[in-house]
Design a protein. Structure first.
Length: 285
């Protein structure tokens, strides 16, 4: 599965793109070193907004270059600095590795804002699927730990709830690219013996958070025909009830990651346009 989900060589993705790529070493969970890629546009000098991005892959596979071709639009068109950590994967590295690797990268990005040409006032966390859940967890951790002040959290069809209790979990059992069994496998891999218990941190399963006050504005999108539909809706609703700012898009007929698997469709184009416009607004001066 990891081999089939691996990204193409980064040089292929960067071909024809006016983007600079640098590799850094960041101290992740436990002080261990993880590789982090930073992408910048030479056409946008000076201090720039930044997006710290967590890739998809069910917490078990994927790499920091997943969805890079799409995400480079933020770099080329908005002048954003894109920071992509190689967070560690389950089951070899169970919670808290992935979430703490991402959070450490967020802190590192702001601490090194000068060297990275980042404007620390305009930093957001983002992620897709499993990475969307990690991004939501990083926003919670930043609030609770008095960490970086974020201008937004972009949660793309996020994996938020380990408990599997929502109606959409049952509706998409054996259906789609990521179904109930896939979801249970991912959560069991990352949580280990804690899977199915109450001993689960909201930083890895943000749907468990009981306090959603004081969070940065959120953008949440999801397909109507996927397992994460209801937990995404519930999370946006919980943010609203806490007095927060959330923009929610539920794309009728969309299956999980349809923007990746069917990017040519009008539905996917609309999804990506809405997402891009929100990011552009949040990162503007």
């Amino acid at each position: 599965m990891r081999r089939s989900y691996a990204s193409p060589p980064v040089a292929e993705t960067l071909e024809g793109r006016h983007v600079l790529h640098e590799e850094y070493t960041v101290r992740g969970h436990g002080g261990d070193e993880i590789v982090t890629s930073v992408f910048r546009s030479p056409d946008h000098p000076g201090s720039r907004p930044a997006i710290v991005y967590a890739h998809s892959g069910g917490l078990m596979f994927g790499d920091r270059f997943n969805a890079l071709a799409m995400n480079l639009d933020w770099v080329e068109q908005l002048g954003a600095v894109l920071v992509c950590p190689e967070y560690r994967l389950a089951p070899e590295f169970q919670d808290p590795y992935a979430r703490e690797d991402l959070y450490a990268t967020l802190v590192w990005s702001v601490a090194n804002a000068g060297d990275l040409s980042i404007d620390p006032r305009r930093v957001m966390v983002a992620g897709a699927s499993a990475g969307g859940g990690l991004a939501a967890g990083a926003a919670l951790a930043a609030r609770d730990r008095s960490g970086p002040a974020l201008c937004g959290q972009l949660l793309v069809y996020p994996m938020l709830d380990d408990r599997g209790r929502t109606p959409s979990t049952g509706q998409f059992d054996g259906v789609g690219v990521w179904d109930r069994i896939s979801n249970e496998t991912g959560w069991a891999a990352v949580l280990g013996d804690r899977y199915g218990s109450d001993d689960v941190s909201p930083y890895i399963a943000p749907a468990r958070a009981t306090d959603l006050t004081g969070l940065p504005p959120a953008f949440i999108d999801v397909g109507s025909a996927e397992i994460f539909r209801d937990e995404a809706i519930d999370y946006a609703t919980a943010i609203w009830r806490a007095g927060g700012d959330a923009e929610l898009h539920v794309w009728t007929g969309g299956f999980h990651a349809f923007d990746i698997f069917a990017p040519h469709t009008a539905l996917a184009q609309g999804m990506m346009r809405a997402r891009f416009d929100w990011v552009a607004n949040r990162l503007s001066d």
